[in-house]
Design a protein around this ligand. Structure first.
Ligand SMILES: C[S@@+](CC[C@H](N)C(=O)[O-])C[C@H]1O[C@@H](n2cnc3c(N)ncnc32)[C@H](O)[C@@H]1O
Length: 400
């Protein structure tokens, strides 16, 4: 079969009659996809699967419980044969040819006048793959295309701008580009403008088309971070200009990331906004150092706080893990406050700097000594501090 003998088309079957001859599993799958596309289905078969029988009982399809007759083709735009009997399928195909009705033929692409492509749908994009009559080949190719579409490897960007822009608050994960979700990547592939933080996975920016604008709000020329109000304004200004904005943030947008404020600002301005979760550094950076935040028999829960707030309210038990984000420079003050609030100075503690980067460093000590140890090695941001018995599970603790 030469591919050049065929012409890919998309059929608008909604409201149009389609005949399916046969009532087995192949027929059932075809009926379900045709129904989803809005076709009016007639099924001719002495027996059908339970699914088809139920659809018939609900009035969703017209089931003629008998063998195929020539008149069944009347008024059908398209016919699918899927009986187990080659002679019946051949007869339907011959009748369809005579009636100028396109015929999909189960198990016999060579005798068909139409082939069903394997289809990948991602948002409003549909890609149909015809495998030259080889259905398995078509579906394998379709799966590869679908995953490339979902991961944002393919250029999904619209060339024309939409009248209304939108904002996606995308959690970029703890740094490595491979820890960004495929939904995040896809939105990046569709973005017109990307507003980034210092801790976002900046390597993914290299994959953007050259005409995508990147706004760095991690620092101004004088190295001061852009104030949150100004970031909100930038998001709104860009979206109002009809652009698809991705706000790429480190970790998860809702974990000490001010994602909630950005979402509310968009909603208040009537801008469509989507929040895409990310792998939070609060869990992933300890994990990168071999520290599970919970571990059966060691810790059943954990608290995530900044290194400078709410320290007095935290549970002081060894089986409750404390995860502190930010504030590595003021660790001595934090530790003093924790000890004053009743935390055991002998509890194991770890400072994990630059998680997932080639220069990741883990410093372990006890609560009493961690600040001094971190200071001695010159620990600096970004770093996550973990306090609790789970720290004993880190290789760095055993090697100490
Ligand atoms: C403003 S908070 C944002 C947290 C982010 N929303 C999240 O879910 O990971 C920034 C802090 O996250 C931590 N952090 C983020 N990425 C890190 C990394 N790769 N290594 C160590 N700490 C990191 C540091 O404590 C840093 O000061």
């Amino acid at each position: 079969m030469e591919a050049v003998d065929s012409l890919p088309l998309t059929l608008r079957v909604e409201g149009r009659r389609v005949l399916v001859v046969g009532g087995g599993h192949v027929a059932t799958r075809r009926v379900l996809s045709l129904l989803a596309a809005g076709a009016r289905l007639t099924v001719v078969s002495p027996a059908v699967t339970a699914t088809l029988a139920e659809l018939a009982a609900d009035g969703a399809i017209d089931w003629r419980q008998r063998r195929y007759e020539r008149d069944d083709l009347d008024g059908a735009w398209l016919v699918q044969t899927a009986t187990d009997d080659r002679r019946v399928d051949d007869r339907v195909a011959a009748d369809a040819e005579a009636a100028c009705t396109w015929c999909l033929k189960g198990g016999d692409p060579g005798g068909a006048t139409a082939w069903m492509p394997a289809v990948a749908r991602v948002d409003d994009v549909a890609v149909a793959v015809s495998g030259g009559g080889d259905a398995g080949r078509a579906s394998r190719l379709r799966d590869a295309v679908a995953s490339a579409l979902q991961s944002g490897e393919l250029p999904l960007r619209h060339r024309t701008h939409h009248p209304g822009g939108s904002v996606a608050l995308v959690g970029g994960g703890p740094g490595g580009p491979d820890l960004l979700t495929s939904r995040g990547r896809r939105l990046l592939a569709e973005a017109d403008v990307v507003v980034v933080d210092r801790l976002a996975p900046l390597a993914v920016l290299d994959e953007l088309s050259p005409d995508v604008e990147v706004v760095d709000v991690g620092k101004l020329p004088e190295h001061h971070p852009t104030p949150q109000d100004r970031i909100n304004e930038i998001l709104l200004e860009q979206a109002r200009a009809g652009r698809r904005v991705v706000r790429l943030k480190g970790g998860d947008p809702y974990v000490l990331g001010r994602g909630g404020e950005e979402r509310l600002a968009c909603e208040a301005a009537g801008i469509p906004v989507e929040v895409v979760p990310g792998v939070t550094s609060a869990i992933a950076v300890p994990a990168a150092a071999g520290i599970p935040v919970t571990h059966r028999g060691v810790a059943a829960g954990f608290s995530v706080v900044t290194g400078h707030e709410e320290l007095r309210e935290l549970p002081a038990r060894g089986d409750h893990t404390l995860v502190l984000l930010m504030g590595v420079k003021r660790l001595a003050t934090t530790v003093a406050e924790l000890v004053a609030a009743g935390h055991d100075p002998e509890r194991p503690a770890a400072v994990v700097e630059r998680g997932f980067r080639p220069d990741q460093r883990v410093t372990v000590a006890t609560l009493a000594t961690i600040a001094e140890r971190a200071g001695a090695v010159g620990a600096s941001s970004p770093a996550v501090t973990v306090i609790g018995d789970v720290v004993r599970l880190a290789p760095a603790w055993t090697e100490r």
